[in-house]
Design a protein around this ligand. Sequence first.
Ligand SMILES: [Zn+2]
Length: 171
Amino acid sequence: MPIRPIVKYGDPVLHAPAAPVERIDDDIRALFDDMVATMYAAPGIGLAAPQVGVALRVIVIDLSVGEDPAQVIKLVNPEFLEREGEQKHEEGCLSIPGYGGSPVRPSRVAVRGLDPEGRERVYTGTELLARAFCHEIDHIDGLLFVDRLSPLKRDLVKRKLRKKAREGWEE
Ligand SMILES: [Zn+2]
């Protein structure tokens, strides 16, 4: 389960919608394994395939960051069935290290997708899990949390991020 490099803000793969997965095969299952390993190593609670440079609609989430195997969520082609309410909390992103922001998110979501064996799965989430689903599904739609900040904050942060992207993210 190799850890893959996480691409950073400014890489085109993060800013364009990803393609649906047409067939769940061993390559997709290997991608899941690598994404989970990469998420744990970061560490983070979610990762989307574009963040490892793969433009496919694949996401992983684990609020326990590997502590509880029952909490790992692996979904192909996830889509919202329901979104309701509102919440606003600080988010960060492994592709935008060092930056945070508080986009408005639904307080409760229901999400449907396929698991690595191709079985349909439906998850409902509130609070942090709802935010994680929204954050990761945004990634496969080519959106980052900074795209959802208020216009004033968005412009301010994006100006800094564009500079970072030009100069390189290497710390
Ligand atoms: Zn992210």
